[in-house]
Design a protein around this ligand. Structure first.
Ligand code: CA
Length: 221
């Protein structure tokens, strides 16, 4: 298989390349998430380290999953269960915690391939509610044809709701996905972002609050 190895640790990468090579795989290696996003389209398998210097690994994983259904195993030094769950929820097919034996990696890769390909994400790139148009691919929002400037997190929050219109997303779930922390530390920040989305778009109904439950994409009329 053509394997993309995304690992910034030179020594570990060298060891993995040797092992993968011995098993007949052709390896492309990069230490940067930005390259991983660029190269993932041309390979059969991705091994992704979550601790990368240029981007949070889970962010990289989510972004990669928006464009590719390539089989992928996350390789990480993070051991907390929360991180593992988040990785799998973000689209990893399996998870290996460092240090691991290469024979274990090969077995896991084979198992993922045997399981078959996941359905390619089928999402509308553009979500239209009333006169609000949310382009998830180009990350642009217009209201009545006029562009609205949002911060990265404001857009991420809106996009999370827009990807599944009608579905209520809990506060914890949102804090986990957008802030990377399901605990209450960013809670006030979430309120501010919701308020900003309502005022910047001039459509207070765009983000609907369900008291004690969470938020969903509302009808802006
Ligand atoms: Ca690393």
């Amino acid at each position: 298989m053509r394997v993309l190895l995304v690992e910034d640790d030179d020594r570990l990468a060298a060891a993995l390349i040797t092992a993968l090579d011995r098993h007949g795989h052709q390896v492309t290696r990069t230490g940067l998430a930005v390259d991983a996003l660029r190269l993932a389209g041309g390979v059969d398998f991705v091994l992704l380290d979550l601790g990368l210097p240029d981007m949070d690994g889970l962010d990289a994983l989510r972004r990669l999953r928006r464009v590719s259904a390539v089989p992928l195993i996350v390789v990480t030094a993070r051991t907390e269960e929360r991180e593992v769950l988040r990785g799998l929820r973000s689209g990893a097919d399996d998870y290996l915690v460092k240090p691991f034996r290469t024979v274990e990696l090969m077995a896991r890769m084979e198992a993922v391939v045997r399981r078959g390909t996941r359905p390619r994400p089928q999402r509308d790139d553009v979500v239209q509610v009333g006169d609000v148009r949310i382009d998830l691919e180009s990350r642009q929002v217009t209201v009545a044809g006029e562009p609205v400037t949002l911060t990265r997190r404001e857009f991420d929050l809106l996009a999370m709701l827009a990807r599944e219109p009608g579905v209520v997303r809990g506060r914890e779930e949102i804090l986990d996905e957008i802030w990377g922390d399901p605990l209450l530390s960013a809670s006030r920040s979430l309120d501010v972002h919701v308020a900003n989305l309502r005022s910047k778009t001039g459509r207070p109904g765009l983000v609907e609050t369900l008291r004690g439950t969470g938020y969903r994409l509302g009808s802006p009329a």
